[in-house]
Design a protein around this ligand. Structure first.
Ligand SMILES: [Fe+2]
Ligand SMILES: [Fe+2]
Length: 179
């Protein structure tokens, strides 16, 4: 590790920063393909919105003796998915993109599905499936961003941890309902 230079020299750094200042946070050193990054993040955004809608539906439709505790959990998840959607949308804008919030095509852009489910048990199972889809797709996105976009990567790592908690909550609920 003897003489390895730590950074680009200061003069070059300063010169580079002055070019294309209209790109804001996106500098010359940004190594991810921006179009791909924005496309991936828009798919994540669609996934989160579909999850908000599904959890909201489940929250309002939960019935039965166990419904109160379960509905409270659905609502909490819905709110957390909305928070994820907002974080992702803000990051898309930072990268110079536009969040795709068009309801047309939402379910095909989303990785997770919108399934209403008849019973409380169906709802929990469908939510669990959706979380498991999200977990796998976030893990892949995190790998994609890697060291080239640490900000997007860290955001997605934070979201992934919450999706894992959601899946864990749902499994616990399934167990408590005796299945
Ligand atoms: Fe989420
Ligand atoms: Fe989730």
């Amino acid at each position: 590790m003897a003489d390895k230079p730590f950074l680009t020299d200061i003069k070059t750094l300063r010169e580079r920063a002055r070019k294309h200042i209209e790109n804001g946070a996106v500098t010359e050193g940004y190594k991810v393909d921006r179009e791909t990054a924005i496309k991936i993040l828009n798919e994540a955004l669609a996934t989160e919105i579909v999850c908000v809608l599904r959890y909201k539906r489940h929250y309002f439709m939960a019935t039965g003796i166990h419904s109160e505790a379960v509905a409270a959990e659905f609502l909490q998840h819905a709110n957390e998915e909305q928070g994820h959607a907002d974080e992702i949308a803000a990051r898309i804008v930072q990268l110079g993109g536009a969040p795709n919030l068009n309801p047309d095509g939402l379910t095909s852009r989303s990785h997770a599905e919108y399934v209403e489910g008849e019973t409380l048990l169906d709802m929990i199972k469908e939510d669990l499936v959706a979380e498991r889809i999200a977990i796998d797709s976030y893990r892949e996105m995190i790998k994609y961003f890697g060291a080239d976009d640490p900000t997007s990567r860290r955001m997605l790592e934070g979201i992934l941890a919450v999706e894992e908690e959601h899946a864990d909550d749902l499994v616990t609920m399934l167990g408590e309902l005796g299945n």
